[in-house]
Design a protein. Sequence first.
Lengths: 300, 256, 367
Amino acid sequence: MSRRNNITGAVVVGASAFSAIAIIAIIIVILVVIVIGGKDRMTWEFITAFPENGMTEGGIFPAIYGTALMVIIMSVAAVPFGTITALYLTEYTSEKSIFAQTIRFAVRTLATVPSIIFGLFGLGFFIKFVGGEMDSVFLGGQLKWGQPNILWASLTMSLLTLPVVIVSVEEAIRTVPRELLEASLALGATKWQTIRKVVIPGSISGILTGTILAISRGAGEVAPILFTGAAYYLATLPTSLSDQFMNLGYHIYIMSTQSADVDGTMPIQFATTLVLLLLTFLLNFIAILIRARIRRKAIV
Amino acid sequence: MQGGMKETKIVTKDLTLYYGEKMALNFVSIEIPENQVTAFIGPSGCGKSTFLRTLNRMNDLIPSVRIEGKVLIDGLDIYDRKVDVVNLRKKIGMVFQKSNPFAKSVFDNIAYGPRINGIRDKKRLEEIVVTSLQRAAIWDEVKDRMNHSALGLSGGQQQRLCIARSLAVNPEIILMDEPASALDPISTGKIEELIFALKENFTIVIVTHNMQQAARVSDHTAFFYLGELIEYGKTRKIFTTPDHKQTEEYITGRFG
Amino acid sequence: MKSYTFTKESLRKKFRLSEFLSEKIITGFALLSITIIILIFVFVFRETIPLFTSKERPTGSREELVQEQYGVVPEPRPDQLQRQEVYGIEPDSALMGNREYSTEEHAAGQERRVTVKGLLGDEWYPVSSNPRYGLIPLMVGTIKITLIAMLFAAPIAILAALFSSAFAPTWLREWIKPAIELLAGFPSVVIGFFALMVMATVLQELFGYETRLNAFVGGIAMALAAIPIIYTITEDALTAIPGTYKEASLALGASKWQTALFVTLPAATPGVFAAILLGIGRVFGETMIALMATGNAGLISANPFESVRTLAATIGAEMAEVVFGDTHYGVLFLIGSLLFVFTFSLNALAEFYIKGRLMKRIQGKIA
Ligand SMILES: Nc1ncnc2c1ncn2[C@@H]1O[C@H](COP(=O)(O)OP(=O)(O)OP(=O)(O)O)[C@@H](O)[C@H]1O
Ligand SMILES: [Mg+2]
């Protein structure tokens, strides 16, 4: 082999290795910078206290609480919905049916729609249309539901995370051995009995993974809630579905771009980012563990 | 060989089955007698499993399947639009090649069928579970581990558990698709003994690749080739003086 | 005498309520998921309709909107030119805000109209006393950011995919893949924050340009969001190329890198192309990074070191402050519709490439 060839080869391999390493290096840099910037501020008090002094001091408890509440409401909507849709796709229709293909296409579309569009939809549909109608029908036009709140934000987020749930659950259902379904049906179980007693128990870990991944995604997204319910600062925790809420990601955004004293609150911002990152990583990590277990189960 | 001819339980008439465009069964007509063991033999891919699965309408699960002809059980056309598939399957047990116990306890596996039939009473369930396990000759081996996972049993035990599970819904017919092909000789022997004992009360149809097994357990044997029923008759006749050359070649292992 | 047990009576078809309901409900839910997609389309587009309708010409200008989306610049019709002053009138927002919006739609019909010419203006001043809704600066900004982001993301991600699929030893590959997928799990607000707080400063010191937040910083930050997508899909496409294909090349005496570069990569072109399309879609619609790292000034310039304002960021920054139903509101929804149509087409195209071409090509080669 010629020398020139060898050099080109070295360049190709070198450049590709460099790219891979560069990506990993930047990931490490981001992590290190955020950990260093935030670790001093990350105390128990920071996590459990309310902000003080115009958010220049104190903790971020309301933002954590608001995020948690939002992902819970979001899961309550997205998980059953996603699971049922996945069940339909796997058990109630054939791969080839046009309806199933349309749903799959819809799900994929949903997965790639920019998250800000969900925000617009939340505003146009949930807040103006549904909320506005609720106000005029039940409250005689008094403004209650026709404005941003945690319910609309969570529902908006649930649409965003729906594909995550559908894909995970579908994958898990497909690992339930067909022989078990046949065994159940051959014993004279109906389809629904089989789904309830064999399919769902067999894919429970997939439903769990989907839920966790959806939560991790929902906890980190900000764009959909910018104008559907997140608030800059609230003195009290949300107590009703029609209340606005504070949110970790939104908090980071506001503090770093619109705070009166961006430099002074820097440690708080880093610490908040660290909390958000830890939260999403932890959730993703759990999901990966469960998923690995499913895969192992599928191979055996 | 048994004496006088028993009554016919299952009849198929010109049964033809397509997977999409592909014909997998070609005008199969057969009469399967009650309370006897009928064995299906034939080379791989000749349609034995497909045929077996038409008898409890398991092929309904495959969307591409199209069926022509008739399957009569006790004279009733089971493909009639008015027939309830779920109830039909309750009367026909099925045992698969690969043992497929649920990831539940031994007890819950057997109780699965009765429970879906609405039996909730604990006493009744226990009674059914114990009898079914006894009839499947596995009671002694599992009676101390009723609450353990069925997946912890050996392959042979799992298969007998699956037989017990199908007995628990009180079927009249039991379809077995190569029930012993994945088992060691001792487990196979146990299954064969079991089959022999069960035919007292059940009509048994068994698919097997094992010629000795067919010869040992069955009263009648059907030889399939390329989706067609080539020859059908008393097992002893098929194995000693078959009418067709193909049958003879297959049985003596000189096939293909 | 024998008794028949498989009888018509005992096996008569039974109606099972739970079975019936479960099937209907499950199908209903599945239907709902399609409905949601349609609803998203409907409700995002619906809010823009008042912009283009009026008593005199209810539908005419909508067609022009369609033209505009495909990038054809229509000659402004004389009646549009005349009406130009109309949209300049500042709507009485205090009055409108409190009104029921259905009646509002009716009353505000005149003020809320904007013309295609207005939308193609080069100034985006939505909240001045003479609001101007020129989308050109926003489009330029978005395209600029996308170009910069893809310039960084595409080569790096594709090379990294080549490395992990062709050159890296298995153990290393098992580390690289999840690590890069980890990046996909970073919330974009975190990337935006990092770009804003750290990258902007470092890059400014390195290159010495004036504006701290600009298209360059924003583009690189966006690249971080696009890399995992491009990497994952490219990697999939590369590993989907059948081994026999590579073996043939190796057998002809080609080296590992030659095979990877001249056989595997070209064979995976449709997949790589799809990966880039999806990456573009991601960058195009990314809001938080754009909001935080680009400076958000709607300038039209070719200089990568000046601030830009993207379409998505504009929605994110301004939607919370607009009056429901006024022109500004409608224009923001129009921007949303543009984003939607654009990313939707990109994804459809990507899907076509992945599904149609890649699969056919791979299958064709095997057969
Ligand atoms: N679900 C299916 N779709 C399409 N074709 C099928 C399907 N199941 C079986 N076949 C085809 O139908 C034919 C008969 O298959 P079947 O499983 O009944 O054979 P078999 O006699 O049981 O074989 P074996 O002894 O290997 O179990 C085969 O050619 C097989 O490829
Ligand atoms: Mg078979």
